[in-house]
Design a protein around this ligand. Structure first.
Ligand code: AMP
Length: 444
């Protein structure tokens, strides 16, 4: 008796993305790359592993991410390493390390990839999740904030996403925030005992985070706390006003949310989030803001920055829902253009050659190397949704003409047994279906 072997499962909070979901993700990523590139962003790829100090210094030693959520371990040489919980710190590290600032001007960089946070898993929240983000380094002009947010809105529109809301705030700067924090701490001292356990701790370690608390019972208390907007210095106030009027000029609607502080310490001035009505409790699709002091915090020269990160898992979820409600074709399982059915050992060589040549023309071709009867092969072709079946048996080899069956109409034509001729035939047939993708015959 074989011993029972327990199957190994994926790690809690991580998941496999399977087709056809991966096809939806590809479409989302393609659209994002197109829009980012149109706005002058170029791709950067940074390592997933970074020195732990990078995040302690930038995201902030007292933030939830750094204190509770990072995957940190000692490498064999005792160095403390962390699986990145976000990528802005890495991009700024790379900007400093490669002295990109020497080139002067603006640096506009985008990235895509997995991030890791040991959060409590639930729908839309994972321990390995994916972000698509972009950073503009080298300018503190409010027009940068406006242009980047405008780009995000364009991307969401291109993805046919409806029902999203832009939330906007300013968290001030190192000149005006300390005064506000003093006032906030004082106010918190009076109400601290009535807050949830997390907020009692935050009130001391990181009072801004109290504003972000989601616990129902805390809300009426938080509503009455002092607001950062009432303590902004002149420059921060002007910056916020310029961003708002720029957004209005670009036709981008926003909501003022004085409590929006976000969970990372490096933000200055503008902070924003976009939420989607289509998602449940985890409704923030993306977030970002300005981080004018981050480069200095990481040992670099002054380099004001602005950026955002889109949660791709949540975006894909929202996009899927939106597409199901609209006349947009959600990706289905990819259908091959043709299935090659061969009968008899003598036909196998010709069939394999035909498959090879057609695939070299980027046509999507399936073939089985298992010997089959014609009826069974046609059954397989329909099951996998092939548009055509090319039939190669002894008769076809002898006559030098293959049979090509249109699986939709049942019509069958003879085509010269030459890969180029078969390719031309398939191209001609699919081109007749207006707007169809020649690689698969599917409507695009
Ligand atoms: P942040 O890096 O915290 O500013 O988050 C930016 C975006 O990443 C959020 O708006 C979410 O869409 C997404 N995100 C953050 N944490 C997670 C997570 N644990 N699982 C899935 N998405 C996440």
């Amino acid at each position: 008796m074989p011993k029972h072997i327990e199957p190994i499962q994926s790690v809690k909070g991580t998941r496999d993305l399977l087709p056809p979901e991966t096809e939806l993700w590809q479409r989302v990523e393609e659209e994002a790359r197109r829009v980012f590139q149109a706005y002058g962003f170029r791709e950067i790829r940074t390592p997933i592993l970074e020195a732990t100090a990078l995040f302690a210094r930038s995201v902030g030693a007292d933030t939830d991410i750094v204190t509770k959520e990072m995957y940190t371990f000692q490498d064999r040489d005792e160095e403390s390493l962390t699986l990145r919980p976000e990528a802005t710190a890495s991009v700024v590290r790379a900007y400093i390390e490669h002295r990109l600032y020497h080139e002067g001007g603006l640096h506009k960089l985008y990235y895509l990839g997995p991030m890791f946070r040991r959060d409590r898993p639930q729908k839309g929240r994972y321990r390995q999740f994916y972000q698509m983000g972009a950073e503009v380094l080298g300018s503190d002009h409010p027009a940068i904030d406006v242009e980047t947010i405008e780009m995000l809105v364009l991307l969401l529109e291109r993805l046919a996403l409806q029902e999203f809301t832009l939330l906007l705030n300013s968290v001030g700067c190192p000149r005006c925030r300390p005064e506000y924090l003093k006032v906030l701490r004082r106010a918190l001292e009076e109400v601290r005992a009535n807050l949830c356990a997390d907020c009692q701790r935050r009130a001391v370690t990181n009072p801004l985070r109290v504003l972000d608390c989601k616990v129902e019972a805390d809300q009426p208390i938080i509503e009455r706390l002092p607001r950062m907007v009432d303590y902004l210095c002149m420059e921060c106030r002007q910056h916020l006003e310029a961003v708002k009027s720029g957004l209005q000029d670009s036709g981008v609607a926003y909501q003022d949310v004085p409590r929006l502080v976000r969970g990372l310490d490096y933000y200055t001035r503008t902070t924003f989030e976009i939420t989607s009505g289509a998602l449940g409790a985890q409704n923030a699709i993306l977030g970002g803001g300005r981080y004018d002091g981050l480069s200095e915090m990481l040992g670099g020269p002054p380099a004001p920055g602005f950026g955002f990160a889109i949660g791709e898992d949540r975006l894909a979820l929202a996009v899927k829902e939106a597409w199901e409600k609209q006349p947009i074709e959600a990706p289905r399982a990819r259908r091959p253009l043709a299935y090659i059915a061969w009968m008899g050992d003598a036909a196998l060589g010709a069939a394999a050659k035909l498959a090879r040549e057609l695939r070299r023309q980027n046509l999507s071709i399936e073939i089985s190397y298992q010997p089959n009867k014609l009826k069974r092969a046609l059954g397989t072709a329909s099951k996998i949704g092939a548009r055509f079946t090319v039939i190669i048996g002894e008769g076809e080899l002898a006559s030098g003409r293959y049979q090509v069956k249109d699986m939709g109409t049942g019509q069958q034509d003879e085509v010269e047994a030459d890969p180029g001729k078969v390719a031309a035939y398939l191209h001609e047939k699919t081109a007749k279906r207006e707007g169809s993708n020649p690689a698969t015959g599917e409507r695009t």
